[in-house]
Design a protein around this ligand. Structure first.
Ligand SMILES: [Zn+2]
Length: 222
C-alpha cells in the first residue's frame, strides 16, 4: 500500500483522536501504521532532505491541519484531543477528509457577526496565514497590519509550534488563535504564522485550558 499521503491520514487520525481517552502521538502513530499495513521499513523510511521519517512528518502535518481547522485541540505537544467540532464531524463523517473539507470546516464556524462591523476585525479574514523563508525575502508574506491591534489574552501552549496564543480584539472582543512555527519540520529558517478567528465557544475552551509549564516566555510582541 505504501506510505499514505497526509490527506489520507486526516479522517483516520480524527477517528483515533475521537476514541475517548486522549491519545499520545506515539499511540496514534502505531494505530495508523497498523491501519495502513505499513512495514517497519516503511515506517522508518526517511523523507528526502528531512531529518525524520516520512510517515512521522505526514502524521505531524495531518495533526496540524486538523488543529487549524478546529477539529483537534492540542493541550500539549504529546497528545491528540478531539474538539466538539471534531466530534460533530465524526457523528456524520464524510467519505474522506481533504483540504477542501477542512477549508469548509473553518469557514462555517459561527462567529456571531460582530466582527463584520469592527474596524479591526473587518480587515482580517476568518483565517490568515503568512510565511517567510530566509534568503527568499521577495516571496515573504505577512499577516495584515490590523492583526497588530489584537491583544494577548493568554498563552495556550506550544504544541507543534513556538507559540500558541489566545488573542482578542480590543474593539469588539472577538477572539483569535495565533500560532507560529519556526523550523518545525523542514530544516532551514522558515517562519509561519497563522491567525484564526474563534467562536466564543472555542475561545471559552481555550480560556479554560491549563497553562502548560513549558510555555515559552517572554512573549514576542505581535
Ligand atoms: Zn474586532
Amino acid at each position: 500500500m505504501g506510505i499514505p499521503n497526509f490527506q489520507s491520514l486526516l479522517l483516520p487520525m480524527l477517528r483515533v483522536a475521537g476514541e475517548g481517552q486522549a491519545q499520545t502521538f506515539a499511540q496514534a502513530r502505531a494505530r495508523l501504521a497498523s491501519e495502513f499495513n505499513l512495514t517497519a521499513a516503511e515506517q522508518e523510511e526517511l523523507a528526502p532532505s528531512l531529518r525524520q521519517p516520512l510517515f512521522v512528518t505526514r502524521i505531524a502535518w495531518a495533526a496540524l491541519y486538523l488543529q487549524r481547522a478546529g477539529l483537534l485541540r492540542s493541550p500539549d505537544r504529546h497528545h491528540l484531543v478531539i474538539s466538539d467540532r471534531g466530534r460533530e464531524v465524526l457523528a456524520a463523517p464524510p467519505e474522506r477528509i481533504d483540504m477542501p473539507f477542512l477549508e469548509q470546516c473553518s469557514g462555517i464556524a459561527a462567529f456571531g457577526g460582530r466582527h463584520r462591523s469592527c474596524g479591526v476585525c473587518s480587515q482580517l479574514k476568518d483565517r490568515e496565514d503568512a510565511f517567510q523563508k530566509g534568503g527568499r525575502e521577495e516571496e515573504a508574506t505577512y499577516l495584515p497590519a490590523a492583526s497588530q491591534n489584537l491583544e494577548l489574552v493568554r498563552d495556550v501552549g506550544d504544541s507543534y509550534s513556538r507559540q500558541l496564543q489566545l488573542k482578542r480584539c480590543p474593539q469588539c472582543q472577538t477572539y483569535y488563535l495565533y500560532q507560529t512555527d519556526y523550523e518545525f519540520i523542514v530544516p532551514g529558517t522558515e517562519d509561519w504564522q497563522w491567525l484564526r478567528r474563534l467562536t466564543d465557544a472555542e475561545a471559552d475552551e481555550y480560556s479554560a485550558q491549563p497553562v502548560p509549564a513549558d510555555v515559552v516566555k517572554p512573549q514576542r510582541p505581535l
